[in-house]
Design a protein around this ligand. Structure first.
Ligand SMILES: [Zn+2]
Length: 418
C-alpha cells in the first residue's frame, strides 16, 4: 500500500475558499487581500475578494485574513539525521565544531538515527515544508525514505558518502547498485515524488571517481561545495596534502571538470548537481558557475552561524543560476520549534531587503527545480499544489514587511493521503 497522495480523490473533494491577508505564489503573483479557492489541492480560482466573490458550490471558508498565504516551502538542503544530535557550543573553528558533531553522530544507534529523522520531519511539518533534499548519513537513507514518504514529503534523500582511500571501492559498488535499482524501476513504487540520490560529501572528502560515477548514474546528485576556506578542516581530518589546490583553481573549476567528464543523458540534457553553500566564490568562479549545470542551495542561517558574510546569491541569480534555499542541520538554526526555509527567506528580506517575490521564488520554485519536481505545484496556475501555508502577520500586514515577522505557519494544507 502506498502512503502517497491519491490525486484523483481531489476531484471529489469539497470546494473550499481561503480569505487571506495577502496571497503570493512562487512566481510572486500577489493579491492583498486575496482569495484562494481550492478543490482538494487543485486551485480553482485565485484573485482579489471582489474578482472572486462567492463561487457557487463553495462548502466553507477558511479565514486567514490575518495571515500571508503562500505555497508550502521547499528545503533543498537539510540533515534530518542530525536533528537530535546534542547541541554543541559554537567554537571558533568550523572544524572543531564539525568534529564534535561527527563524534556525537557516530555514537548514535540506528534507532537513535531513526528517532532523529522522525523529529526532523515533525519540525519540517511545523515549518510548512512540503519538499526536502535530505542528506542522509550512516544508517539514515532507508529510514529517511520511509519516514519522509510516510509524511507525504516530496523531493530527494541523498545518501552521503565519504568515498576516499579504503572506502572508495565500497562507494563505487554502492552507486552501481543504486543505479541498477533505478534501471529496474525499484525506486518508483512507494513514493513517486520522493527519489533516492547520492551525496559525495565534498570534493575534499570523496574521490573524483565517486563524483563521476554518481553523475553518470542517472540518480540525483548533491554535494557540499566551496563552504569556505577549508584548509584547516582538511588538516583536522588529516586529509590535507596540497593536491586539491594544485589540481584546480577553485572548487567550481574542479566540479566543472567532473561535469565535463559525464556524457549528457538520452535526451541530450546535461547531468546536473545540487551544490550546497558556495560561500566562497570569487569573480572568475562566479562567471564559470553561470555556465555550468549546477543548482545552488544557499543556507543563509547556517552560513551566518559559521561566520560567512556577503554571499553572492543575488549576483548568481542575475547571471541565471538557479539558487534555492536550505537550512542545513537543525544545529545551526535559531528556531528550535521548526526546520524551515520560511525563516531563511524572511532573513533575506530583512537583512538584504530582498523583495518577497524573489525570496519566495528561492524558497519554493527554485528548490522544486533543483530537486527535479514539477514547479507548477508551487505556483497559482490552475494545477494541484504541493501544499499551501498560512503565516500570521501580526502588525506587519504589508507583503513587503513579511521579513519582520517571525511567526510559525498556523496551518498547512497537504495532499489527501490514503
Ligand atoms: Zn550540509
Amino acid at each position: 500500500m502506498s502512503n502517497m497522495p491519491k490525486i484523483q480523490h481531489d476531484s471529489d473533494a469539497a470546494l473550499i475558499g481561503v480569505r487571506a491577508g495577502w496571497l503570493a505564489d512562487g512566481h510572486g503573483a500577489c493579491f492583498a487581500p486575496g482569495v484562494l479557492v481550492l478543490r482538494g489541492r487543485a486551485i480553482v480560482a485565485v484573485g482579489s475578494p471582489e474578482s472572486i466573490g462567492t463561487p457557487g458550490g463553495l462548502e466553507s471558508w477558511i479565514d486567514a485574513s490575518d495571515s500571508g498565504v503562500m505555497p508550502a516551502m521547499v528545503n533543498a538542503h537539510a540533515h534530518l539525521d542530525l536533528t537530535l544530535v546534542p547541541r554543541i557550543p559554537q567554537s571558533e573553528h568550523f572544524h572543531d565544531w564539525l568534529g564534535g558533531v561527527r563524534s556525537a553522530r557516530r555514537a548514535m544507534t540506528a534507532d537513535d538515527v531513526r528517532s532523529s529523522i522522525v523529529a526532523g520531519v515533525q519540525l519540517l511539518d511545523a515549518g510548512g515544508v512540503a519538499a526536502i533534499g535530505d542528506i542522509a548519513g550512516i544508517n539514515a537513507p532507508a529510514a529517511s525514505m520511509e519516514v519522509c514518504a510516510g509524511a507525504g514529503l516530496e523531493g530527494c534523500v541523498f545518501e552521503e558518502m565519504f568515498g576516499m582511500a579504503d572506502r572508495l571501492a565500497m562507494c563505487l559498488a554502492s552507486i552501481a547498485s543504486m543505479a541498477q535499482g533505478l534501471e529496474q524501476g525499484i525506486e518508483h513504487d512507494q513514493a513517486p515524488r520522493l527519489r533516492r540520490g547520492i551525496q559525495p560529501h565534498a570534493p575534499y572528502s570523496s574521490d573524483r571517481r565517486v563524483f563521476e560515477a554518481a553523475l553518470g548514474s542517472g540518480l540525483p546528485v548533491s554535494t557540499h561545495l566551496a563552504e569556505g576556506p577549508f584548509r584547516d578542516l582538511l588538516e583536522s581530518f588529516g586529509l590535507w596534502d596540497g593536491k586539491f589546490e594544485a589540481g584546480a583553481r577553485h572548487p567550481i573549476n574542479w566540479m566543472a571538470a567532473r561535469l565535463r567528464a559525464v556524457p549528457a543523458d538520452q535526451n541530450g540534457r546535461s547531468t546536473r548537481i545540487l551544490c550546497a553553500h558556495l560561500n566562497d566564490v570569487d569573480g572568475p568562479a562566479l562567471a564559470l558557475l553561470a555556465t555550468l549545470p549546477i543548482d545552488v542551495a544557499y543556507c543563509p542561517r547556517a552560513s551566518t552561524f559559521f561566520g560567512h558574510a556577503g554571499h553572492r546569491y543575488r549576483e548568481m541569480r542575475a547571471a541565471g543560476v538557479n539558487v534555492c534555499l536550505g537550512t542545513d542541520s537543525a544545529l545551526n538554526l535559531d528556531t528550535p520549534n521548526r526546520i524551515s526555509t520560511l525563516d531563511d527567506l524572511r532573513l533575506l528580506m530583512r537583512r538584504d531587503h530582498l523583495p518577497l517575490a524573489d525570496a519566495l521564488e528561492m524558497a519554493t520554485i527554485a528548490g522544486a527545480r533543483a530537486l527535479g519536481l514539477d514547479t507548477s505545484r508551487w505556483d497559482f496556475s490552475l494545477s494541484p499544489m504541493a501544499g499551501v501555508i498560512a503565516v500570521p502577520l501580526g502588525e506587519y500586514r504589508a507583503p513587503a514587511d513579511f521579513g519582520k515577522t517571525s511567526t510559525a505557519p498556523r496551518w498547512m494544507l497537504r495532499p489527501v493521503r490514503k
